[in-house]
Design a protein around this ligand. Structure first.
Ligand code: COA
Length: 320
């Protein structure tokens, strides 16, 4: 049995930035309201020429370069997204072609904001079982294309972007454990309808609906439990964790999970202020930022966790 190790990280954020102040002119909202309730100041938004696969391509190339690999060496591509370019083929297939990595397995995972954790878990199992040797795991989202910009309670929270990691078979320990859970009884609290229903295009129904307050309560309760379960599965103590990389949904949710871990906020990687919630891209975007700026070092223990529509949640404990 092999270990699975993260050997390279990469990310991409679109150039265009929309600030809270920008929303003040189109919605009944204020910078103060958004920042105090969520911790968000601004978000990146794709332009007409960009797509989920174009962002994924740039993030993937950065991760491949960091791992010192050529795209042709990749034998598994998993893209986590809830805003894919097409209903099918998968964004992973489109990405595979863009990278020139054709031939290996390529598929998408749809687990909303927990998508990257799910994709990382699946890639880990593939590698441990010998089904793949070099995998590309990507979270890429164009949330701006599924938002209702007249709904002030949801549209201010999300942003666009992509993050990627290369995961390779290794003798050394790397991804120590991954945990995936879901509870479909909450499906109506956070969802986007499929615009193609009964063969008819029902475009205006393809926007996000979110019952923010209910989502908030379940997220805090669930994520606090996830942290304990993950550490217990690895016989580790809270003090063994060097870095927490939470899904960047709301600074208040993040703070309460950090408190539960007795983790000072300096040890929590935060991107929410400048990037908002980029769904499946938020964890790999934060990971790449903290690796590239030198905060996360080789050998350190990183706990990643996420929660999203479904509800779906999960975590990964990783030795870098
Ligand atoms: N600007 C100003 N007022 C706003 C607003 C905005 N952008 N959005 C909502 N409001 C208003 C509401 O209309 C409501 O007004 P009312 O009392 O007159 O009806 C009031 O603020 C309170 O709304 P509520 O939804 O109870 O606010 P909240 O404190 O729960 O904060 C969220 C709203 C969305 C910030 C918060 O619930 C949240 O972050 N939830 C989690 C969402 C999340 O993480 N989703 C992704 C999961 S992956």
């Amino acid at each position: 049995m092999f270990n699975a190790k993260i050997t390279g990280t990469g990310s991409y954020l679109p150039e265009k930035v929309v600030t809270n102040k920008d929303f003040e002119s189109i919605l009944e909202t204020t910078d103060e309201w958004i920042y105090s309730r969520t911790g968000i100041k601004q978000r990146h938004v794709i332009d007409e020429k960009e797509s989920v696969s174009s962002m994924a391509e740039i993030a993937s190339n950065n991760a491949l370069e960091a791992a010192g690999l050529d795209a042709s060496e990749i034998d598994l591509i998993i893209v986590a997204t809830s805003s894919s370019d097409r209903v099918f083929p998968s964004t992973a297939c489109i990405l595979q072609n863009r990278l020139g990595a054709n031939g290996g397995a390529a598929f998408d995972v749809q687990a909303a904001c927990s998508g990257f954790i799910y994709a990382l878990g699946i890639a880990t199992q593939f590698i441990k079982a010998g089904g793949a040797k070099k995998a590309l795991v990507v979270g890429s989202e164009a949330n701006s294309r599924i938002l209702d910009y007249s709904d002030r309670s949801s549209c201010v929270i999300f942003g666009d972007g992509a993050g990627a990691v290369v995961v390779e078979a290794s003798e050394e320990p790397g991804i120590l454990s991954t945990h995936m859970n879901a509870d479909g009884q909450y499906q109506d609290l956070l969802y986007v309808n499929n615009p193609i229903k009964d063969q008819k295009q029902e475009g205006d129904q393809a926007f996000m609906t979110m019952h923010g307050n209910d989502v908030y309560k379940v997220a805090v309760k669930t994520l606090s439990r996830v942290v304990d379960e993950t550490l217990e599965a690895n016989n580790m103590d809270k003090s063994d964790v060097d870095w927490l990389i939470p899904h960047q949904a709301n600074i208040r949710i993040i703070s309460s999970v950090a408190k539960k871990l007795n983790m000072p906020m300096e040890k929590v990687v935060l991107t929410i202020e400048n990037q908002a919630n980029t769904s499946a891209a938020s964890v790999p975007l934060a990971l790449d930022q903290a690796v590239r700026d030198g905060r996360i070092k080789k050998g350190e223990i990183v706990l990643m966790e996420a929660f999203g529509g479904g509800f779906v949640w999960g975590s990964a404990l990783v030795k870098m």
